[in-house]
Design a protein around this ligand. Structure first.
Ligand SMILES: NC(=O)c1ccc[n+]([C@@H]2O[C@H](COP(=O)([O-])OP(=O)(O)OC[C@H]3O[C@@H](n4cnc5c(N)ncnc54)[C@H](O)[C@@H]3O)[C@@H](O)[C@H]2O)c1
Length: 260
């Protein structure tokens, strides 16, 4: 059976119109779909990346059709001072952040024997540390606004125990703990914190890791027999960021086509 791909017939969330939504790693893959999905809802999208040309191209592509042209800023998320400066500058421009989507990561493969203390620190810096410091930077503004939503991107990888990804999986397991701890501490301020756990999503980067044959194997292990698209992940993020999810916090939500 053919499963229909995501189309323009998606849900509209009136509560997302004019919301200030900050997406990390918004220049490619799932992040790009997040930027586009929130822009289509009339949100004011701000995004951070290190890929300047694709990010600027994305801004240009969406500027004409979105209520608010997305704003892109170059920021290497491994640099905490740069995160703080960039978010402070963006908040100055738009007045605050209502929704933070901690999406950026890097799933480079590695062998146990090759991991050095420096490589460990670098992998944790790109896959875990910045999520906390970006949240810390936006929380005061969310408190002043009476609430907010933080969505962290986890991964199915550590739930499956995949090969050659120990540090990435360690970080992604940590993200689910981070989510639950932040949700507890920030709940009294009406700030909701959740994790989205994608299965294998058909992004350009994933295509460097999996051959067509391996993609078929993934689909055959899923309950649903189609490749997950970035828009499928964005659809859940829209719901979790919206007021429709006002009582959803501290949880993990899978978009994995039933892979486990
Ligand atoms: N694609 C999948 O199958 C899949 C599966 C499970 C989880 N995820 C998670 O979903 C999220 C998005 O994944 P994706 O597949 O779209 O990844 P991707 O590699 O296609 O995109 C990640 C984005 O983050 C940016 N980024 C990387 N390092 C950065 C840095 N130091 N500073 C700023 N930006 C940086 C990249 O430039 C890129 O635009 C990640 O958290 C990933 O772990 C993806």
């Amino acid at each position: 059976m053919n499963i229909k791909s995501p189309t323009a017939e998606h849900a509209a969330y009136p509560s997302l119109a004019d919301k200030r939504v900050l997406v990390t790693g918004g220049g490619a893959g799932i992040g790009e779909a997040l930027v586009e999905a929130f822009a289509r809802q009339g949100a004011h999208v701000l995004f951070i990346d290190i890929l300047d040309v694709p990010s600027q191209t994305l801004v240009q592509r969406l500027a004409a059709k979105a209520a608010h042209a997305p704003i892109y800023r170059h920021c290497d998320l491994r640099d905490i001072d740069a995160i703080r400066r960039t978010i402070a500058q963006l908040e100055k421009e738009v007045g605050g952040v209502d929704v933070l989507i901690n999406n950026a990561a890097n799933d480079d493969r590695h062998r146990v024997n090759d991991v050095t203390p420096e490589y460990w620190d670098e992998r944790i810096a790109i896959n875990l540390r910045h999520l906390f410091f970006a949240a810390q930077a936006v929380v005061p503004g969310m408190r002043r606004a009476g609430g907010g939503a933080i969505i962290n991107l986890g991964s199915i990888s550590w739930h499956l125990g995949l090969a050659d990804l120990v540090l990435y999986q360690t970080a992604k397991a940590g993200i689910e703990g981070l989510t639950r701890g932040l949700a507890r501490d920030l709940g009294p301020d009406n700030i909701r914190v959740n994790t989205i756990v994608p299965g294998n999503v058909q992004t350009p980067r994933q295509q460097q890791w999996y051959t067509a044959e391996e993609e078929k194997e993934i689909v055959s292990a899923q309950c649903l027999k189609a490749r997950i698209q970035p828009e499928d992940v964005a659809a859940l993020a829209l719901f979790l960021a919206s007021d429709d999810a006002r009582m959803c916090t501290a949880q993990q939500y899978f978009v994995d086509a039933g892979w486990r």
